[in-house]
Each structure stands twice: as structure tokens, then as C-alpha cells.
Ligand binder design. Structure first.
Ligand code: PAF
Length: 279
């Protein structure tokens, strides 16, 4: 597997692959890889002749400097995992390589109401930071298909909107959340949990499953309130929202959506976890 730290080296690889008529599948990540990321690599391998991953902890998408500082960085083990998964190349740039001129104004995107809710409301500027880096990575890797986990449900909607807005032909593939045996959604942040926090963290997915079970019995608002009450014993809840999976807007009545999804964000200790479930 090639490891490229420079855009120019990645560029050569991409140009050669294109000249050879290869298709490129792209898996953008921030590292600290787990089975969820490897499922994205496997899916990319199944339908593309070359798989490129990126590992870049993008400072522009962190609205909390402490979260950026504490984000796990495990490049050596990530590299082994990607190689074992059959990845062809990984792009691992330094911040200076991606943002050579910090004074240069970056793109400002407008995703309308897709970005004003949930993660967008809780983390101002987050999705603009995601869109800036994903657009740069797409321009460099020029993939045919790019693979994202549905755990970041709102991010997936934003990336699809980005592709539309930029008239890109990249096909965006969303894959189901990969979970631990007890149901906790896999996340790079899970490795920051203490033993006790890890045990308690499972309640986030349990709360979402309770909502799913009671969907036909109670209205969305009552289910959201029950979930918040349940979670508040161990978590500092930011939101539990039942939304329409297309518009991402909260629904108050089941008739308002043919694709309802419950999304949640909550802190356990100082670790912020998100999860969602299609209902
Ligand atoms: O989901 C992630 O890991 C990041 O938001 C992404 C898409 C790699 C952009 O930095």
C-alpha cells in the first residue's frame, strides 16, 4: 500500500490509475480506525478497481479545541489495518499540506436547513469545515465513488448536497452503522471512554431502540422526552430528535415522514457520542 503525504504524489497515483482505466473508490477518514471504516474499505473494494483512503484530522471541523487536541491519532496501527483490508493507497497529509496558507479564505457553503439543525446547531461551523476538506479531498482523489458511514447521518446528507451543489459526478455511498456486540455504534471516540463510561455508553443505542419499538404507540415528542429522561441519568444529552430522513427536519407527527429517523447526541464524561436509527 502506498502512503502519500504530499498532494503531488497522490496526484501522480490518481493520474496513473485514470490513465490505466481504473475506477477509484475513496474512503475519507480521520483515522483511529475501527471495523466501521474497514467495512467502507471492503465495500469500495467490491465495486472499484483501486481504493484510496485518507487520514486527516481536519482542524476546520472542530469547534472545540479540546476535542481536536484529544482526538485519537493512531497512524501506525491504522496503516496496518488499511493494508490488511486491501487498500491501495492512503493519503496522510499534514495540516500545512491541506491548508498551506492559513490566511487564505476558504469556501463558504450554504446547506440551508440541512445544516441548521442537530449537529449544525450544536457545533457551529462544523459542516462548513467538513465540506471544505471533503471538497479538497474529492478534487485530489477524483473518485468515482466515495464511501461514508450512516452513523454520521447528517454529514452524509451534507456530502450528498455538496456533490449536487458542485455538480460533481462522484457517487456517494452510505453504509449502515457498524456496532459493537452490545449495540454501541463504533466510533473513534469510543476509545476515550473509561471502563465505566464504556459500560454506560450502550444505553444510547438502547434508548434509540426503545423509540423504534414504541413507534406505533406514542407520538414523536413523547418518545423523545422519554429517551432524554432515560439518558439523563448517565449522559448530558444535547438532543434526541425524530426527524424526516430526507429533510432532516424534526417531525411532530408520524404522518409527516415516510422515512423517520431518530438522531441523538450526548456526552458521557467529556466524550461526545452520536448515534441514530432508521425507524
Ligand atoms: O467522518 C469523518 O471522519 C470526517 O468528518 C471526514 C468525512 C473524513 C471529513 O474530515
Amino acid at each position: 500500500m502506498f502512503v502519500f503525504e504530499r498532494k503531488t504524489d497522490l496526484n501522480q497515483f490518481v493520474n496513473q490509475a485514470k490513465a490505466d482505466g481504473k475506477t477509484i473508490g475513496f474512503v475519507p477518514t480521520m483515522g483511529a480506525l475501527h471495523s466501521g471504516h474497514l467495512a467502507l474499505v471492503s465495500a469500495a473494494k467490491e465495486c472499484c478497481s483501486k481504493v484510496v483512503a485518507s487520514i486527516f484530522v481536519n482542524p476546520l471541523q472542530f469547534n472545540n479545541p479540546d476535542d481536536l487536541k484529544k482526538y485519537p491519532r493512531t497512524f501506525e496501527s491504522d496503516k496496518i489495518m488499511l493494508e490488511d483490508a486491501g487498500c491501495d493507497a492512503v493519503f496522510f497529509p499534514a495540516v500545512k499540506e491541506m491548508y498551506p496558507n492559513p490566511d487564505e479564505a476558504e469556501d463558504v457553503f450554504n446547506f440551508g436547513t440541512l445544516e441548521t439543525v442537530m449537529e449544525g446547531a450544536s457545533r457551529p461551523g462544523h459542516f462548513n469545515g467538513v465540506a471544505i476538506v471533503v471538497k479538497k479531498l474529492f478534487d485530489l482523489v477524483q473518485p468515482d465513488k466515495a464511501f461514508f458511514g450512516k452513523k454520521d447521518f447528517q454529514q452524509l446528507a451534507i456530502i450528498k448536497a455538496l456533490v449536487k451543489q458542485t455538480a460533481s459526478r462522484i457517487q456517494i455511498i452510505g453504509l449502515d452503522t457498524v456496532r459493537e456486540e452490545d449495540g454501541l455504534a463504533m466510533s473513534s471516540r469510543n476509545r476515550r471512554l473509561s471502563k465505566q463510561e464504556r459500560e454506560d455508553a450502550v444505553e444510547l443505542s438502547q434508548a434509540l431502540n426503545i423509540i423504534k419499538k414504541n413507534k406505533n404507540i406514542l407520538e414523536p415528542a413523547s418518545l423523545e422526552t422519554e429517551a432524554v429522561n432515560m439518558l439523563s441519568k448517565k449522559f448530558r444529552v444535547e438532543y434526541v430528535q425524530i426527524i424526516d430522513g430526507h429533510s432532516l427536519q424534526q417531525i411532530t407527527n408520524w404522518n409527516q415522514s415516510n422515512y423517520p429517523v431518530v438522531c441523538a447526541a450526548a456526552f458521557i464524561g467529556d466524550v461526545r457520542l452520536i448515534d441514530n436509527l432508521e425507524l
